[in-house]
Design a protein around this ligand. Sequence first.
Ligand code: HEM
Length: 448
Amino acid sequence: MVTIAPVELELDDIQSGALRERPTPYVGTYLLFRIDDRHAGRQMLRRLQPVIESGRQSSDRANDAWITVALTYHGLKALGVPPDSLASFAPEFQQGLAFRYERFGDAIENGPENWEEPLGTPDVHVAVAALSPSAEQLEAVLERARRAYAELPGVKAIWRQDCYQHSTGRNPFGFRDGIGQPAVEGSEIPRTNTKEPPIKAGEFILGYPDETGGLSPIPMPQVLGRNGTYLVFLKLHTRVAVFRQFLRANASSPEEEALLGAKMVGRWQSGAPLVLCPDRDDPELGADPRRNNDFLYYDDDFRGFKCPAGSHARRMNPRDALRDETNVDVRLHRMIRRGTTYGPELPEGVLEDDGADRGIAFVFAGAHLNRQFEFVMTQWVNSGVFIGASQEKDPLVGANDGTGTFTIPQRPIRRRLHGLPSFVVNRGGEYFFVPGLRALSWLADLET
Ligand code: HEM
């Protein structure tokens, strides 16, 4: 019998932000920069290197504070990366999110023409994300980062977004988030779904075999592409009051409101999955990382009586529910999410909008922008064809226009919610490349 050696990921070379969970609780900051002078840009990368953590797990609490550095296609150009190397990046990355956005058929409300400046413009070159368990640690990490771009007139800070974990530990709609993550082969991070084999590392990190059995296409030269990953950043404003009003209008009791919300999301507010507790929330289950993601759909809930096929979480990862479909391999469309929340909480029970900007800084990491993020946006957020409900969009994040519907299978007859508005507005986003640590040195040492 031939045994295939498990893949050895070069964890010391992979930036931590790609593979490691963010700390919890956390405070953080996203900064965007424009490079006006390539030598200054390279100098900045050189200075940032000592501050960046690798993906190897650390038991040192101080290492929970970390910085991730990512570049757009325009950023690589501004640094002076040679044209043949630029041309070896994924075409979607070269084109950028703003250009690709129309392909999503307005999956999430609001196109690039209305985005927050400078998101979606050629001015965005470098992103620095700093995440940390406390404000003091964040300040210390940011100070080290600041030293990296201080007194470099050729690099300009052009945008900042702070984020922090809400007191509830949940997202602005009140739901625990970030639970459903793929297990990555060789990452040393234990899997949370024992019913699902880990996903091949090449689905997320460039330079390794992926689920197709081949190597994912990798930017050249090898030293630049290997151990890198693509990243999608979206600033998603959440209409929390509108969401609460919608639940109130469609339910006759607080219990029913909670149930409808859970049916739309696929999990209760605590994070407990509907498949494992369909009738009422189970906060202990929701908080238990050994159990709250340990499930499939096909055998337990094929028809969606517990968790509707159209719910957000089941759409975004149907697990084994599409087992009978020969043309869909769910494992080719998985995504690592590293989102954070921004803006003030809307106090519980408030149904009026206070005008504040609150939402999610959505972060996706993966090796295939096209068949992961873009596929999910076009096929699973924006269309219901794959679940036999062609008129329906994702009930939580889809660009519903006030006439959207959402089907809840139940006996004796299904329930259908009508008049869905959109609860999420895209304020802007970017495609980035997160280089490995050796690649950052290569970029810093460019001599073009
Ligand atoms: C403001 C916008 C969004 C909110 C409030 C939101 C909220 C949630 C919640 C509450 C869950 C269930 C908890 C969990 O499994 O982590 C979830 C799961 C998930 N969401 Fe979102 N989400 C948003 C946008 C998106 C977008 C744009 C995508 C992808 C294009 C996405 C992809 C996923 C995935 C892949 C899962 C995990 C499903 C699983 O593995 O079971 N989400 N989301």
